[in-house]
Design a protein around this ligand. Sequence first.
Ligand code: PAF
Length: 283
Amino acid sequence: MSDTVKIVRTVHDLRKVTAKWRHRGHSIGLVPTMGALHAGHVSLVRLAKKKADRAVVSIFVNPTQFAANEDLSRYPRDEAGDLKKLDDADADLVWAPTVEEMYPDGFSTGVRAGSAAKELEGTFRPQHFDGVATVCAKLFNQVTPNVAIFGEKDFQQLAVLLQMVRDLNMPLKLIGAPTKRDTDGLALSSRNAYLSATERKIAPSLFSIISALAGDIAEGADVAAGVTNAKRKLTAAGFEKIDYIEVRDSETLGSASTASGRPLRVLAACWLGKTRLIDNVAV
Ligand code: PAF
């Protein structure tokens, strides 16, 4: 266990700390996480420290964003390891509520995620973004951050939350941070821990294949033909199932046209054994 970074588990204790900071005129940066922290999370904490006087990291494996058939019960948890990393990253406070504190008996209000949640992940995980939006709305109300930092690895999540903050006039700024990758290109993710040694060797080809597709489109290649080719390459690399690989408008995540001149994003989700990997790159 860490002996320096402070951890609080009740809204009451959290408010005592944040009220003191507010009284001193300190701004607050929030990094929402589900724990099992890796270097990507640590980089978000360091960014929060640059953007605000105080960095709060929430650790909460949020049950409402997992469907019944998903990996809630086996989701990796390592609180002691997380606290050590957060100490090293100089976080000021860890907000780690229990499920009962977050969703007490009688809890029944939620946020319905907006249009950015439709399609892509929304097609394969229909309730997911409502759960994410609801828990993030609660985290924002609990911590009252000036800024909250999210990794671009979950690009659609960031778009959904930007839309929520805009639509509901929430008084904070969201900042997206570039995806951290292993040296072979694999996007850092807590779920990479599920990969077998063989799967881990295959996994980086997701990034190389979508990067090649983004490069081809930037050079004027036909999008539909490029996507078909990328799917063929993913299958040849060993991905058993491809949920989607799509080229979308970077901001709305709606359908994209290369003629529009608007920024585009390639987004993909596919399976290696029992592990679902997602990644995305700018065109
Ligand atoms: O990206 C995550 O880890 C989660 O979806 C988040 C934003 C912490 C909400 O539970």
